[in-house]
Design a protein around this ligand. Sequence first.
Ligand code: SF4
Length: 334
Amino acid sequence: MAQQPATNAIDGGLPAASDKIPVGLSTCLSGQPVRFNGSHSRSKLCLDTLAQYFDFKTFCPEQAAGFGTPRPAMRLSADPVNPRLIFSDSSKGQQDLTEQLQRGFQNELRFAERLDGYILMKNSPSCGLERVKVYRDNGYPFTEKSPGLFTKALQERYPLLPLEEEGRLHDAALCENFILRVYAHANFRNEVLAQPSYGKLVAFHSSYKFVLMAHSQASYQSLGRFLATAHEQPLQTTLDEYFPQLMAALAKPAKRKGHTNTMLHLLGFLKNSVDGTSRQHIVETIHKYREGGIPLITPITLLRHYIDQKGSAYVQAQRYWQPYPESLGLRNRL
Ligand code: SF4
């Protein structure tokens, strides 16, 4: 079970080593020379930045399956829905390598139960996330693409585990969204699943209310209604229904419109405690953000300044203020 990762995230500091979140990583991204040609694809982002927050657990499915390094290049073939793994060069033989690969990653599939996210190498027939080419017998690719076979097995076994390709993490919105989901996954495991109760579920949901609102007003309302009557059914049933809905709502980056509505809603909590001129200044700053003139961090910081001074404990405790460590600087780029 992952440890609570963000104890000192409140002040923007780095987590202690034992508090880092366990996240899987394609081994070649860690700089180890395990690619088919003996090279690596070291990720500066993962190793120099994210490793300060994530405890990376590296895994190479092709090595685990005993293909060795260097090895002949492999590719997916035959059927985009149920692709098979073969050598790219037919002179190396046309045997089906799928089951050898699958046997190699069975242990890692079990181990992934302890992870809160997985960062994968793009385009690989084993590790690619969703746009891996699948080839016909005549050598031309199908229009339809597939995940790599290891990633496909991960998705099927852990449909709520946040997965992302390293390349896509260089997009600010996708990176922020992945990290937000990793923290939500870890927090749910630590704060609710470790010792489940209705009270812990309600406290968890309460802390994520405005994160949820920024992503999806509809999910914010429907999950609120769902939890209002949740105690009428067995706890396990409630947990099984709640978490997939939450992760589905967080699956895409929140838009400027969603953040704008959420911040204006939060401003409503200051109606009786902050003077009109100051509130008007906050509104103007929020609208500048909405129009794309300033990053999200600017109105959030301004609003939080007043909430910290005049807001209720309930609003101050919202994870919306800091759904991941501030030192990541993710909201500077949104
Ligand atoms: S992409 Fe996956 S299978 Fe290929 S070298 Fe990297 S970790 Fe190994």
